[in-house]
Write a protein that binds this ligand. Structure first.
Ligand SMILES: Nc1nc2c(ncn2[C@@H]2O[C@H](COP(=O)(O)OP(=O)(O)O)[C@@H](O)[C@H]2O)c(=O)[nH]1
Ligand SMILES: [Mg+2]
Length: 246
């Protein structure tokens, strides 16, 4: 049940150590890569001190690029013989702290071949807040319209992918569109997606201006990821019709 963990992180110095510790010593975890996406705090140093393999972006590129950089590092580790070819990849947010261990439940269905992509479904969170309901609804309806499948938590970032799912899902949709784009691309490639309840707890986005900015950026990136895929499908439909024998 081998897996390589990729953790995207921006200004998570206060939480990253606990998150890394929660996954690093679990059986089957061959690598923990933290992608520090232009943090202005100590995230990279703390992550390295916990034994993670740290990739640094000198400036902020967004979550999708961070995950792509993580996959790049895994490819390099594979070439160096430090990672078993064909291992599953587990994406884990940096703000889960001790609860991150629960994300390892995503690995088994991928490792035993019953799913190509597993997605964590989180329980109600301890802190009040959240409330990006608008983006969640847009994402859910968008995925349903394109694939027929209705995700419970379409923006959930904890995901385990088989090598085939990685191929189908890359290059990722930009920024915060990465999760929605990934779900659609993996399903449209004919691969199996499964949701798995996981006892995960993360920092809940509040309601201050920073949180509002986060939601606006999420809304933009999710809408873009869906729009691009709708356009692609339309173009594909057109070329099929043109190619069809008359
Ligand atoms: N790469 C990257 N990761 C980010 C950025 N902002 C947040 N993250 C990370 O992405 C994950 C999810 O972000 P978070 O703020 O918790 O969003 P939420 O869970 O949707 O409210 C966490 O691991 C963050 O550290 C960013 O600009 N770039
Ligand atoms: Mg979070």
């Amino acid at each position: 049940m081998s897996v390589a963990v990729v953790i995207p992180a921006k200004d998570e110095a206060a939480r990253i150590a606990a998150t890394i510790r929660a996954v690093r010593d679990a059986s089957g975890v061959e690598a923990v890569v933290v992608v520090d996406d232009g943090s202005t705090d100590d995230t990279a140093r703390v992550a390295a001190a916990e034994g993670a393999d740290v990739v640094r972006h000198t400036r902020n590129h967004g979550k999708a690029d961070a995950l792509m950089s993580g996959l790049g590092r895994l490819a390099a580790l594979r070439r160096l013989g430090r990672l078993t070819p064909g291992v599953a990849v587990l994406f884990v947010d940096a703000d889960l702290e001790e609860s991150a261990a629960a994300a390892l439940a995503l690995v088994r269905p991928v490792a035993d071949g019953t799913a190509h992509l597993t997605i964590a479904v989180l329980p109600p969170q301890r802190e009040a807040g959240g409330g990006h309901g608008l983006v969640v609804r847009l994402a859910r309806r968008g995925v349903e319209a394109l694939t027929g499948w209705v995700p419970t938590q379409p923006l959930s970032g904890m995901r385990c992918l088989s090598p085939a799912a990685v191929t189908a899902a890359t290059p990722f949709a930009r920024g915060w569109g990465v999760e929605v784009g990934m779900t659609v691309d993996v399903l449209l490639a004919g691969l199996t997606v499964r949701e798995v309840p996981c006892e995960l707890h993360h920092r809940v986005t509040g309601t201050d201006w920073r949180a509002q900015l986060h939601r606006a950026a999420q809304l933009r990136d999710v809408a873009l990821a869906l729009g691009v895929r709708r356009l692609r499908r339309r173009r594909l439909g057109r070329s099929h019709r043109q190619g069809a024998p008359g």
